[in-house]
Write a protein that binds this ligand. Structure first.
Ligand code: 5GP
Length: 191
């Protein structure tokens, strides 16, 4: 997706050979126009798949997921990373190792919002080693719902996540695919 790649090139900051900071438009400040385009692109790629729900993870997956939900006309659930006071019982839970925080945390969704009849699209901001996506997939499996695919805003293709998810049989659609962050420079895999 060209507008996204352009934004990454102009406003992304390469923190190291494997971490990209996009606080200017996705992870802290949010660019609503770009998010709308991202939502349309996910919707175009997954239309006609009978999607009934989108699942993402707080916080940075929420903006692109909501925009995709708006386009597809389906509700969006975000997995919580901690057990809040209002979210106590009847939870599906999974453990996820965080690439950026380098700690394991529990993610959870209420079983009230997902059912075995659901066809679910997973959306997240980044794909690195695939642990967040696998954790979300685990929650969906616990509900015996169907996973239609995984939509990623920024995939770092030099890390293991994509291969792992494809190996498990998931369809992965990434809007920007980064080949390398070496030498402080972003290079993309051309579609
Ligand atoms: P994974 O679970 O695929 O290893 O990592 C994906 C998760 O880690 C995403 O939900 C995202 O929050 C975070 N993440 C991974 N790599 C990056 C990165 O280069 N930059 C930022 N901002 N977040 C990342």
């Amino acid at each position: 997706m060209q507008a996204l790649e352009q934004k990454i090139l102009t406003e992304g900051i390469v923190l190291s050979d494997n971490v990209l900071k996009v606080d200017a438009f996705l992870n802290h400040q949010i660019d609503p126009v770009l998010m709308q385009q991202i939502g349309k692109e996910f919707a175009a790629r997954f239309k006609d798949q009978g999607i009934t729900k989108i699942i993402t993870i707080e916080a940075s997956g929420i903006a692109p997921a909501v925009m995709a939900g708006l386009e597809l006309g389906v509700p969006v659930i975000f997995a919580r990373k901690y057990q809040s006071l209002t979210l106590k019982d009847d939870l599906y839970r999974s453990k996820v190792y965080s690439f950026t925080k380098q700690t394991e945390s529990t993610i959870a969704i209420s079983n009230k919002h997902i059912h075995s009849s659901d066809h679910v699209l997973i959306i997240d901001d980044f794909l690195a080693n695939g642990q967040a996506a696998l954790g979300l997939a685990d929650l969906i499996h616990q509900a015996n719902a169907n996973i239609v695919g995984i939509g990623i805003v920024i995939e770092k293709s030099f890390q293991t996540g994509r291969d792992l998810l494809i190996e498990k049989g998931y369809r992965v659609e990434s809007l920007a695919r980064i080949q390398s962050l070496n030498d402080g420079k972003v290079t993309f895999i051309q579609a």
